[in-house]
Design a protein around this ligand. Sequence first.
Ligand code: IMP
Length: 175
Amino acid sequence: MSFQAKPRVLFSRQEIEATVRKLAAEISRDYQGKHPLLLGVLKGSFMFMADLIRLLDFPLEVEFISLSSYGRGKESSGKIKVVRGLRSQVRGRDLLVIEDIVDTGLTVAFLLDYLRKKRPASLKLCALTDKPSRRQVPVTIDYLGFTVPDKFLVGYGLDWDEKFRNLPDICVSEE
Ligand code: IMP
């Protein structure tokens, strides 16, 4: 796919907005009276995180972590590293991980394992999209936006080689 190619819309900005509202309602119901730490996985979750937290009407904190798994291509290397670690205390906190996409599951399985060792009071996962056909390790998604086909997605924070994150819709990048 060239940088000029126009990706095809899979979920429009209106569909995304409705789905983020539905997720925010579920999360609000479950976290009333708590003070969770929402942990966004950089970079792909930044737009989703920004829209989601504006719809949450209870006290919360925001933190980001950066992991490396993908190289410059479209296939996961399977080797995951923490590139930017946590700067907040996690022990005893209600922790909600915010992911853009669960694909093979390797990244989030690594992250959940890494976080569990830090002894949070609770640990849940919210993912905007899920590509179950590519799963290599089992992952439980507590709050899920869209189940997606085995296509490479871009837009609404998702990139291909750092490009297309700014598209307001979730699109399929076609060769
Ligand atoms: P996993 O480890 O294979 O589950 O991949 C997780 C990470 O790979 C996501 O957080 C994304 O950064 C990236 N990724 C996986 N599939 C896609 C896609 O279709 N578009 C853009 N990024 C993707």
